[in-house]
Design a protein around this ligand. Sequence first.
Ligand code: TYM
Length: 332
Amino acid sequence: RPRVLSGIQPTADSFHFGNYLGATRQWVDLQRDHQPFFFIADLHAITVEHDPKVLRERTLRAAAQLLAMGIDPARSAIFVQSHVPEHAQLAWVLNCLTGFGEARRMTQFKDKSAKGGEGAASVGLFTYPILQAADILLYRPHYVPVGEDQRQHLELTRDLAQRFNSRYKKTFRLPEPYILKATGKIADLQDPTKKMSKSGSAPNGIIEMLDDPARSAKKIRSAVTDSGTDIRFDPEGKPGVSNLLTIYSSLTGESIPALEEQYAGRMYGDLKKDLADVVVGFVTPFRDRTLELLDNQDHLLQVLAQGAETAGSVAESTLRDVYQRIGFVAPV
Ligand code: TYM
């Protein structure tokens, strides 16, 4: 079975609709006929200032949410990145293979360091995409299911894999990004030309999966729509309405043309009211299930330990190959 790998940062109390529809829902779907590795990227979470107690909590909340949405530990290795030390170890090797200018071209560093200026950003934030490349290459996956915003990091990953393979010996598989056209970029509800984002969106622009469902309903009802009145899928001309149709379609399985037909001649308010109900129907059981899982932390830790063991044996064998090929003397 082809392998898939992906990760998510524990940098918020809740995943949002962009994370779910853009990425983690595909994780759940792909686990059926792939060999999956999914992890919580706590090493990445410390590239910006953080509170240790909050990070610990959010890591467990992330694990509970992944299980609640259907990641099945019997099929998937689900683990915490820092439990598998090879991630940091391979990252060092890849750091030494990456050009400074090449790292500099990564646009997320520019975006994320924009506020305090580049001088205030950590070196970890700068080398973040190289750690991500290590995360991926360790497991030699065929596919990496992510949102559109990760495409550039995937390209760097492939470049580094190719460079290592040609400089030393063929060691890494060149992974393919698995990015869905329909949901690869879920937009901010208040500013639909931007992506929904935990750091960049205003509170009303983002639907959090663990938020009070009534509040999420209200956010949908007050989403920014476009000028005009017709309910039509046109991401360029009508980004607000199109985003709502995308969310609607992906939560219900109804196609966009079917929704356009259903709402022909009706008002934006009708669409928003119906979508608000759909959202409440979806997040309510998800939230209950997550809170239930969070009540049994021993079970969560057990699942994560088992995942780290599975992942660790794969990671260990890849790193051994890498160390040997770059000329490190193996310990006896
Ligand atoms: P993170 O934690 O920011 O986001 C997790 C996943 O959610 C996707 N996503 C979106 N998709 C569609 N629309 C949106 N508005 C939206 N917002 C977020 C992201 O693309 C991502 O797939 N660097 C990664 C974590 C990571 C990783 C990895 C991923 C670390 N190592 C190795 C894959 C492989 C990140 O920050 O994701």
